[in-house]
Each structure stands twice: as C-alpha cells, then as structure tokens.
Design a protein around this ligand. Structure first.
Ligand SMILES: [Zn+2]
Length: 166
C-alpha cells in the first residue's frame, strides 16, 4: 500500500493495460501500478467509475463524497499506492485520474490517500521515503491544515475539513 518500489526489488508482471501495468513486488509482497506512457502535469490519464458503491470504506475503496466509497472500475486502478509526494490525483467530481506532475515510463503511479479519504479503515505506516513523508497515514481528518494545504484535495474533503476545524 505504501512503499515506493526499489529497483533491486524483485517484480512479477501481473497484467498490462493501455497506459499502465500492474507489478507485484515479491520483496514487499504488494502490488503497484506503473506507467507505460509519459504524462505531463494536468493530463487526464483515464476516467474511472464505481464498480460498486459502499457506505463504509475498506482497504480497496476510494471515497467520493462524505458518505460514499466506491470500488474502482477499471479494477486495476485499485493498485494505485499512496505516496506523500503523489504524481496522480483521483478527481472524484469529474471522475478522472489526473497527472499532477511529469510522469515517465516505468514510474509508479501514486496518489495521496488523504486527497480522497477522510478516515481510513486501515491506517498504515508510510515508507514512501520522500522528504515530506508523513509516516502515519490515517486520512485527511487526522492531518493539520498546514500539511493539507500542500496537497490537491477533493472538494468534499475540503468541505469536511473546514467543518471540523471551525
Ligand atoms: Zn510517505
């Protein structure tokens, strides 16, 4: 869920899709999604939709409103891991996945989980290794505004946060 893959790790290719492939990292025992194309900041990578809608989160859902959590379609998007320095953003208003920085072929696609998740079902210790790593990822409601301001967030997340902190 949380680790950037290292070149020395051992990988198994699971599946390929038009713009990305799913690799299983045998060293970390987890999946990740890797670019097969280059993208510039602002590019729409793909659209997504709800395979199913849930009222409670689980470790594979993303939150799309204060009360709704979806399992993703296309399904391979569920392998998009977290990073504290993300390169993609799930825009839950337009239902598209957007590049937020330049992405090169073989880069892992990672989003900032608190950009969609208010309070996660399975908090985890992040080992993304970036200089801004927040270490414990539990959801947006657990982060101070000073941190959240550094990230692109969905509007429902911003709304909920502002309610809480008023
Ligand atoms: Zn991190």
């Amino acid at each position: 869920m949380s680790n950037y893959f290292e070149p020395q790790d051992s990988f198994i290719e699971i599946s390929t899709h038009h713009f990305a492939k799913v690799l299983f990292n045998d060293t970390l025992q987890q999946h990740g999604l890797f670019a097969l194309e280059t993208f510039n900041a602002g590019d729409i990578i793909c659209n997504f939709s709800a395979k199913e809608t849930h009222t409670q989160p689980n470790f594979l859902t993303i939150q799309v409103s204060a009360q709704q959590h979806i399992s993703l379609f296309p399904e391979f998007l569920k392998y998009t891991n977290h990073s504290c320095e993300p390169n993609v953003f799930f825009n839950t208003e337009n239902m598209n996945l957007i590049a937020i920085k330049e992405i090169n072929i073989n880069d892992e696609l990672c989003f900032f989980y608190p950009s969609t998740e208010l309070s996660m079902s399975q908090p985890f210790d992040c080992n993304c290794g970036t200089r801004v790593c927040l270490k414990i990822i539990k959801g947006a409601t657990f982060l101070p505004n000073s941190v959240l301001h550094n990230y692109q967030l969905n509007s429902f997340v911003k709304n909920e946060i502002s309610k809480q902190q008023d």
